[in-house]
Design a protein around this ligand. Sequence first.
Ligand code: WTA
Length: 654
Amino acid sequence: MSSDALSNLMHEERRFPPTEEFAADAVAKADLYDDAAKDRLGFWEEQARRLDWDTPWDEALQWDPPYAKWFVGGKLNVAVNCVDRHVDAGNGDRVAFHWQGDPADDKRTITYRDLQKLVNQTANALTELGVKAGDPVAVYMPMIPETVATLLACARIGAPHTVVFAGFSADALASRIQDADARVVVTADGQFRRGEPASLKPNVDEAVDKCPDVRNVLVVRRTGGDVTWNDDRDLWWHDVVDRQSDEHEAQAFDSEHPLFILYTSGTTAKPKGILHTTGGYLTQAAYTHRNVFDLKPDTDVYWCAADIGWVTGHSYIVYGPLANGATSVMYEGVPHPGDKDRWWKLIEEHKVSILYTAPTTIRTYMKWGPEPLQQHDLSSLRVLGSVGEPINPEAWMWYREHVGGGKAPIVDTWWQTETGAIMISPLPGVTATKPGSAMRPLPGIGADVVDDQGKPVPNGGGGYLVLTEPWPAMLRGIWGDDERYKETYWSKFPDMYFAGDGAKKDDDGDLWLLGRVDDVMNVSGHRISTTEVESALVSHLKVAEAAVVGATDPTTGQGIVAFVILRGSAADEGDSTVQELRQHVAKEIGPIARPRQILVVAELPKTRSGKIMRRLLRDVAEHREVGDVTTLADSTVMNLISEGLDKGSAKDED
Ligand code: WTA
């Protein structure tokens, strides 16, 4: 982040304390911080006791850095905690999901009792397909109720799920299936997007062709189009799941039993399989969901607008809200210019009281103007959440004013796939918030900002964000790669978790997140590694070399900008090659990784040791004066690149 931006943050004088009414009625009061500070482990045990355990734990934490075990010896079933216990408590008729499909008249209301039946049937079906405790199941599905049921059914039988975002390519799916060694894949024929059906099954077919160990593909009929069918392998959900008994006896699993693997981009081309386990994860997902969103399960209607394919969907569409017995809205579609008031209609229709979304969405609506919001009654909203990337003060204020009616508190929640649940956030009934700051670590969480030597910076200083204490929902490792786990998170500073984010402490000690300090980009709240896009580019025959940077983008936070050197004659083909390469990346990784801009260059700026100087490329991509070039092997390279830029080999798209 530029020093200008840093000093702007430091001048933020606005404060938004909760109203007295809100504070009086809030789930989380200020004493939560004191309780946690007095006895951190006792505090977490108290949170864990809100779940139903078949066998109580013997010890809250075993910490053998960098490996933690939480609630050691305890046993529980996640699906029972998320579904059955609410039915048993007499809340079977409570709505778990108001599901809204992308087509306007496509709606389903699913009570906790309905969900229980669906989960049980799905668990029985997976068992019939030979899935046992410990067997990973791959999930490549749209935002439909069957997806929630699949995750919970996996949890119910102790089979770790690995969800692959349905926007990822066949290759991305194949590599994750192989890495996790999944033998069963659950998917759908397609999904609806922007009013149109979009197929998913062909991607699965292409992926599974490369995964000979996959026995079965279970397919939900969602769009009803033609599909290619492999009789030995493919099964329709309605043939297999619908005929199952809706009773299922759940078994309790060890607190450290694997619950899921979720792949996320790191600094190399190979994504990391982040492993989460059972008891600690569910404890923190439920605790944060209840306290950060001030959840009153019998009156609130909660909507997390993320996709289940990302960790936000795992923790805050599925596990946190369901563990708390919440009523949620679940929506298949995404905001698009052809339907600017869909979201607000949904909020009005269901009287949504808690909304959780990403800054990129808020900025998109800002761009479209407040009119679509003004046509709807949004007065039911009482808490607003933000996640995925730093929220700029302008977007924060817009969110507050136009969505929250100038009164709903905003919780800017910092966390990661690796942390499993929210770590840094205001508490809505306690914290006087500042636009753009995630404020403080939650009660029970230890976080700090340190310098290069690992020393905490004083207030007013900036540095690296670290987590100083093990936390219940922390990742338990990278699937199949212990060395990478240690190297990525625990080698920079001894016994402190290195998050990969820059941060600043303001004069009051409140935290401001400044984005990634590694080669990971954040595009619309999605992590994409520069190396991943580079290797997709160089896998194209026409590309000799590629360098990718994330450049500031007014809507998506960062946009992907690629600099490529083409091979031989391809260099003369200009625009059509650029289009072809953008498409190629979309095919290799997924449309979210399609570069915003590709610049064809003759050389890349490198140090004498051959390291690409991304800092300079970022200057070019952000139209800044190019910084210090003295360490370049050939200092004229940047002139060539800038000249190329002037000649218009750049392409801004979408
Ligand atoms: C970024 C998403 C600033 C950060 C839950 C982190 C944020 C990465 C915030 C994790 C926030 C997430 N403010 N930055 N409130 N929330 N980030 O794994 O760079 O998809 O490291 O998890 O997103 O992204 P991930």
